[in-house]
Write a protein that binds this ligand. Structure first.
Ligand code: NAP
Length: 480
């Protein structure tokens, strides 16, 4: 099967006529081919997006909303097919794709399709001499670059607000997981999205992603991916004065106080550490535990981690599937070796499973791995692994755990588990991260600001922040 670009309302071949292999991570085998796009395809897509902008941006909000709602309905109607495609493409358990990724993609569309029916702009009366009002205008052609870990979820998290607020766009999914974006382009055609409003160009980051960020007619870049790539994107965009949002890596702390509900915190922190094999930017990979409950917590956490069912992602009861690629598997193995060299003690995992099933004999599987006895400032505890690896570290008091939590260059998310709410609020103020969850993890309300501090991000997405990002505020001052 061939995955083609979606440009100007049609599924089209790449200018190069070349395709890249698309590998199923659970089997390690090629199962489809994805268009090997380049700057010529980006140019075609930009021309289509420019041509579509005038009509789309002037379309009444209710009409734009109606088309985006239709896309959401078609995602729901094709949810089983999309979940299966995402599970094959990404290696994640089909149950996770079906309950998290695909419903959230539809929700992203509905959230912004309805938001534009209710937005308002500001008015300021200036001392009886003038009336100021703010026009919020779409910015034009936007570049939307997304990663492989939540392919349709993060693609639509950008596409929905960009289009809802009247922009047109060029999206570039990760070439490692292009299948759901391809199915999404078919859905956009079926929903009657006018040609050129959304264009999806597949291919390598170094070619297609770089061409998007460097294109002079693309004024706005929304990027989600690793911090190293984000830095490249920022370097290209800065001298062109593009508006940029960067959602990047994380090394998130989970903080457990002695008064936390043990059952709940073990279940919650294991989920936070190992969801999607630890390949969620928000995963809590550093677990800090108050010393008085450290031994009991470590025992229960490691037991729960080793009970997670690692298996064929297409089996309905699998809890942990394959890692997305050989490179990601090798990166994980590298960091577990490094943990051993840094003096870490592996309580469970630390290796690949013996056998998953015959179909998955050559897949990229790795066991949930729990490591203790590492210092806070060692590399394993500072660098993002993005695999099923959690470290556990004891702490003595509030001040110390805040220092530990902040001891990385990242600042994306944190979760704090305690029944002492004043303490939880104190920590929330002091932890350097864009989100702090208290007694929960990955609860997402699409109205709240989302993003990271320090090297985890620049700018915010979600709710009103997305409106601010994808529109240009113009002040109109009327003398009275
Ligand atoms: P990545 O390698 O940085 O890639 C992200 C996207 O950028 C992909 O589409 C990639 O294309 C593209 N790209 C690569 N080089 C580029 C360049 N020079 N110019 C423009 N685009 C380029 O990240 P990933 O490995 O796919 O995803 C994992 C990372 O994403 C982790 O660090 C994770 O924490 C982060 N993440 C952050 C969030 C958040 O909300 N903060 C959410 C999810 C993931 P190719 O795939 O073709 O290289």
């Amino acid at each position: 099967m061939k995955i083609s670009h979606y440009i100007n309302g049609q599924l089209v071949e790449p200018s190069s006529d070349a395709y890249l292999d698309n590998i199923e991570p659970a089997t390690g085998k090629v199962y489809s081919q994805v268009a090997d796009g380049d700057a010529r395809d980006v140019d075609r897509a930009v021309a289509a997006a420019e041509a579509a902008f005038e009509r789309w941006s002037k379309m009444p909000a209710a009409a734009r909303s109606g088309i985006l709602m239709k896309i959401a309905d078609l995602i729901d109607a094709r949810a089983d097919e999309l979940a299966r495609a995402e599970s094959i493409d990404n290696g994640k358990p089909i149950s996770l794709a079906r309950t998290l990724d695909i419903p959230r993609a539809a929700k992203n569309l509905r959230h912004f399709a309805t938001a534009i029916l209710h937005t308002h702009t500001e008015t300021h009366v200036t001392d009886g001499v003038a009336l100021n009002y703010t026009l919020r205008q779409p910015r034009g052609v936007c570049g939307l670059i997304s990663p492989w870990n939540l392919p349709l979820y993060l693609l639509t998290w950008k596409v929905a607000p960009a289009l809802a607020f009247g922009n047109t766009a060029i999206a570039k999914p990760s070439e490692i997981t292009p299948m759901t974006a391809f199915l999404f382009s078919q859905i956009c055609i079926d929903a009657g999205l006018p040609p050129g409003v959304l264009n999806i160009v597949h291919g390598l980051g170094a070619k297609v992603g770089a061409a998007i960020t460097a294109h002079p007619k693309i004024t706005t870049i929304s990027f989600t991916g690793g911090t190293v790539t984000g830095r490249e994107v920022a370097k290209t965009c800065a001298p062109m004065f593009k508006k940029v949002a960067l959602e990047m890596g994380g090394k998130n702390p989970t903080i457990v106080f002695a008064d936390a509900d043990m059952e709940k915190v073990v279940a919650g922190s294991v989920q936070a550490a190992f969801a999607n094999s630890g390949q969620v930017c928000l995963c809590g990979s550093r677990v800090f535990v108050e010393r008085s409950i450290y031994d009991e917590f470590v025992r229960r956490f490691a037991e729960a981690a080793s009970r997670l069912r690692v298996g064929d992602p297409l089996e309905p009861d699998t809890q942990q599937g394959a890692m997305v690629s050989r490179a990601q598997l090798e990166k994980t193995m590298y960091y577990v070796d490094l943990a051993r060299q840094e003096g870490g003690r592996i309580l469970c995992g630390g290796e690949r499973p013996k056998a998953v099933n015959e179909r998955c004999r050559d897949g990229y599987f790795y066991l949930p791995t729990v490591i203790t006895d590492l210092g806070v400032s060692c590399r394993v505890n500072r660098e993002e692994i993005f695999g099923p690896v959690a470290t556990i570290i004891p702490f003595d008091d509030e001040a110390q755990v805040v220092e530990y939590a902040n001891a990385t260059d990242y600042g994306l998310a944190a979760s704090v588990w305690t029944q002492n709410l004043p303490r939880a609020h104190r920590l929330a103020e002091q932890i350097q991260s864009g989100t702090v969850w208290i007694n929960c993890w990955l609860v997402r309300d699409l109205r709240v600001p989302f993003g990271g501090m320090k090297q985890s991000g620049l700018g915010r997405e979600g709710g009103e922040e997305a409106m601010r990002f994808f529109t240009e505020p113009k002040n109109v001052c009327v003398g009275t």
